[in-house]
Design a protein around this ligand. Structure first.
Ligand SMILES: O=NC(=O)[C@@H](O)[C@H](O)[C@H](O)CO
Ligand SMILES: [Co+2]
Length: 408
């Protein structure tokens, strides 16, 4: 069965998505997510200009060989653009293989290892009161685990805090601003480190000790500051503290790990198994955050998760609204099949996105499930997609109060 058609579909139902559509000589269609927030056109070009010519005529059955061909063939390896492009091809080939077999992809990955995948939602508020409203809304929606982000006194806008009026609504936070250049946010680490423990103390007092709570420091701390935060949050028993420090310097996590028992999650910006090599072999983290969309697809992320399993490290697949429903579905098939599943981020796409992408995954009683449709279980309505033009959008940049460029 040969690959005959290769289309790159860019659509923007509220935010930009890049989708790869493969069509085989038998007319079977596979979809793959290639969305890289703020750099969508780079991946679209990588696909259109450099991958499409290589795919036409290739055997659609050979997923591993295609992955290796696209990973080793370009000579220049790894990186978010390359691995998102490879991810889209990989997902589309798994989608095709499932449709041909008449099986949901998780059945091809070893079958079901759990009833459903525990999801966590995003609660945010500029104030603790607004945050409480958001938490109640998510609990009402059935979430059994919740990420907590709040404003920081003295700072106008902080990562992960949406519009209080939308508090807890299903998609109350899209970080990429539709502006010609990135908007600038300000940051004050000392104010943040003073504030966050008080927020968790208030949340635990209001919602009790058992509710799984997560928090994302979003790469903004030094290793020692990450250690300080991890220690200060130990009394509040977090499910995880995410991106406590930029982790390209993987050894930096040794400092954090040696000082705190707060569980650590790293890697939504990582795209290769080598980005995790020290983090995993030295057990410096508890959860791997990469999405299938950004880490070379189902094939790429499965390799990372099987490596992590040896060291008792679990998945915490990245599931923001800038991973498309196709990427979300790919994650859910892995979530259901792998043994070392941890939790799945679920920001919930907006209605317009779900007009373009018809999904069959479900969220019931706090658990996500990919469903039983053959393949990944997502269809793309191309005429609906065409109605939403690409619009440049960028993630913010972040500076310290003295103007020094910092991590966002
Ligand atoms: O844990 N989730 C996150 O950190 C996300 O909200 C990221 O900021 C966005 O996906 C970046 O595009
Ligand atoms: Co994050």
């Amino acid at each position: 069965m040969k690959i005959e058609g290769v289309d790159v579909i860019i659509t923007s139902p509220g935010r930009n998505f890049v989708t790869l559509k493969l069509t085989t000589s038998d007319g079977v269609v596979g979809l793959g997510d290639a969305t890289l927030n703020g750099r969508e056109l780079a991946v679209a070009s990588y696909l259109r200009d450099h991958i499409v010519p290589l795919l036409i005529g290739r055997d659609a059955d050979n997923i591993e060989d295609t992955w290796q061909y696209l990973y080793r063939g370009p000579y220049w390896r790894r990186g978010p653009v390359t691995m998102a492009a490879i991810a889209a091809v990989d997902m589309a080939l798994w989608d095709i293989k499932g449709k041909v077999a008449g099986l949901p992809v998780y059945q091809l990955l070893g079958g079901r290892s759990r009833r459903g995948a525990l999801a966590y939602g995003h609660a945010s508020g500029t104030t603790v009161d607004a945050l409480f409203i958001a938490i109640h809304n998510l609990l009402d929606d059935g979430f059994k685990a919740i990420r907590i982000q709040t404003g920081v006194p003295g700072l106008a806008k902080v990562y992960g805090v949406g519009n209080d009026q939308l508090a807890g609504q299903k998609y109350d936070y899209e970080p990429a601003g539709r502006t010609a250049v990135p908007i600038q946010e300000d940051w004050d680490t000392a104010a943040y480190l003073r504030h966050i423990p008080k927020v968790f103390e208030a949340v635990r007092a209001e919602f009790g000790a058992a509710l799984p709570l997560l928090h994302d420091a979003h790469h903004r701390l030094t290793p020692n500051q990450g250690a300080q935060l991890g220690r200060s949050l130990e009394p509040f028993d977090l499910f995880w503290l995410e991106d406590c420090t930029p982790a390209e310097n993987q050894e930096g996590l040794r400092r954090v790990r040696s000082q705190t028992t707060t569980p650590l999650a790293i890697g939504e910006v990582f795209n290769s198994i080598f980005d995790y090599q020290t983090l995993i072999t030295e057990q410096l983290i508890d959860y791997v955050r990469s999405s299938a969309t950004h880490a070379g697809g189902i094939t790429g992320l499965r390799k990372i998760m099987d490596f992590a399993a040896i060291y008792q490290i679990k998945s915490g697949i990245h599931g923001p609204t800038d991973v498309s429903p196709v990427g979300m579905a790919a994650a859910l098939h892995l979530d259901i099949a792998i043994h070392n599943f941890g939790i799945q981020e679920f920001m919930v796409h907006n209605e317009r996105t779900l007009e373009v992408f018809q999904t069959s995954y479900t969220f019931i009683d706090g658990l996500l499930d990919p469903g039983e449709n053959p393949g990944l279980g997502v269809e793309l309505d191309e005429s609906a997609a065409a109605a939403f033009e690409y619009t440049p959008a960028y993630l913010p940049v972040n500076r310290l109060l003295d103007g020094t460029m910092h991590d966002w």
